[in-house]
Design a protein around this ligand. Sequence first.
Ligand code: ZN
Length: 289
Amino acid sequence: MKLDTCFLCGSSESRVVHKGTRGGYEDIDVLACKHCGLVRLSESIEDSESFYADSGMRNHARERIEDLQISTRKDDERRFRFAENMIEGRSVLDFGCGDGGFLVRAKQVAKQVEGVELETVMRTQLKEAGISCHASIDEIGIFDIITLFHVLEHLEDPLLYLRKFKEHLSASGMLLIEVPNAEDALLKQYQSKPFADFTYWHCHIYLYTNTTLALLAKKAGYQVTFIQQVQRYPLANHLYWLSQGRPGGHFAWSFLQDERLDKAYGEKMAALGMADTILAGLTPLSTED
Ligand SMILES: [Zn+2]
């Protein structure tokens, strides 16, 4: 489907940020709205729900869930540490829960944990691992915390979903959202062409900044409780992109790994608004604007 107008502000004026997207989609460009800055694809792929259901996003869908959980462990632990106080004694739904690594940890402190996952293979494996997992948001009840970790950018109609989530949030409920930052330093400041070629892919229909995420929240009837940035990838990863034009620098150049250095670099990126990740907490407003 062609995405000719910006759903946030209604403007049809845009500039091309990147020609083509990863995965052989030369006809799908990345655009930025000239009015509000929202980054979007020029068109979305057909029937994305069945694409995800058939594990189109993952090449490793047939891998064992335990192996997948090892690959996402660092992010799962960081998210759990961040959310631990928020979710203690409360009910948690992880929308787009993937391998369930966050839910496994959340289960230790939360009153109840459940997941929604479109990928059929994942859902089956999660059930086998003892995590209650649904195919659709419509199947679930009311939760105190709904988390979306790197999910919102995949949604073709984010407004529809954010409004739906309000119906599934308790009175004091909150959405916890993590998305990639459209103003990642590798794009905005360092202007790495290989990174741009790699990071822009057809699965990310919309990419957000602090500003456009807050605009979306307001439009969907939420108040932004907090919005902050986190740098997931260390300095070695960035230097490797700039030097070698390839991912995986944090492994290939692990000699640069240094907890204090990476912490300081990450904090600097976040302070500049150019970290790779945005984390936001949204609470429903009683009346929509
Ligand atoms: Zn716009």
